[in-house]
Design a protein around this ligand. Structure first.
Ligand code: CTP
Ligand code: MG
Length: 187
């Protein structure tokens, strides 16, 4: 694969992890995941992490991944642009989508411990918490798949690609969330 192809494949394959965070903004609301509870005087996660947002986001990512599995299977491109064979492919998209939303919760947990209030900026953490959550989870589920696509060959171009794209995506989704009245601040 050329660096360009590897970068495109890397972005495409990471979609189930990139979509959930943006989708969560649209689904968010209702019961907070920490049920309003605090730990050492600060909320465990805060009102920005709700069950609806978690499952709405993760299942949207999973749905996108399922659609990608169908497309790449029809085009016979499971190796380079797919998640490999079933049932592993399903485990990988589940790891990416649910791992992303879990990483997002870990990010909020850390923010609360550092005394950063819900919705306040934590540069770096806000943009990369979900990518890190997805990467760590998928490495646990299938290290071979991760290294095959993101390290070996020109795979690291894929990694580099979404380090650039992710903050842009995150920012646009939050501006949309702000305009829709789902968020109080546009970041
Ligand atoms: N959201 C949600 N449930 C989640 C994740 C996100 O309901 N598990 C929704 C919330 O409406 C949240 C919005 O998506 O306000 C944006 O998410 P994010 O920026 O991650 O949350 P913040 O409100 O900024 O809170 P935090 O400071 O904890 O990151
Ligand atoms: Mg935020």
């Amino acid at each position: 694969m050329s660096p360009l192809e590897a970068a495109l494949a890397g972005l495409w394959l990471m979609l189930p992890a990139l979509v959930p965070n943006s989708a969560a903004v649209l689904f968010g609301g209702g019961t907070p995941m920490d049920l309003g509870r605090s730990w050492r005087g600060k909320r465990i996660l805060g009102d920005g992490k709700t069950w609806r947002g978690f499952f709405g986001g993760a299942l949207t990512g999973f749905g996108v991944g399922s659609f990608q599995i169908i497309i790449t299977t029809m085009l016979d491109e499971q190796d380079a642009f797919g998640y490999g064979d079933l049932p592993w492919a399903v485990a990988i998209i589940a790891a990416l989508s649910f791992g992303a939303m879990t990483g997002d919760c870990v990010g909020s947990f850390i923010k609360r411990r550092l005394g950063v209030d819900r919705g306040r900026k934590a540069p770096g953490l806000d943009q990369y918490n979900f990518v890190l959550g997805a990467i760590v989870t998928v490495i646990i589920v299938s290290p071979g798949w991760f290294s095959g696509h993101y390290i070996e060959g020109n795979g690291y171009w894929g990694l580099a690609m979404f380090l650039v794209v992710v903050p842009l995506l995150h920012r646009s989704a939050n501006i949309i969330g702000y305009k829709l009245g789902k968020k109080n601040v546009p970041w």
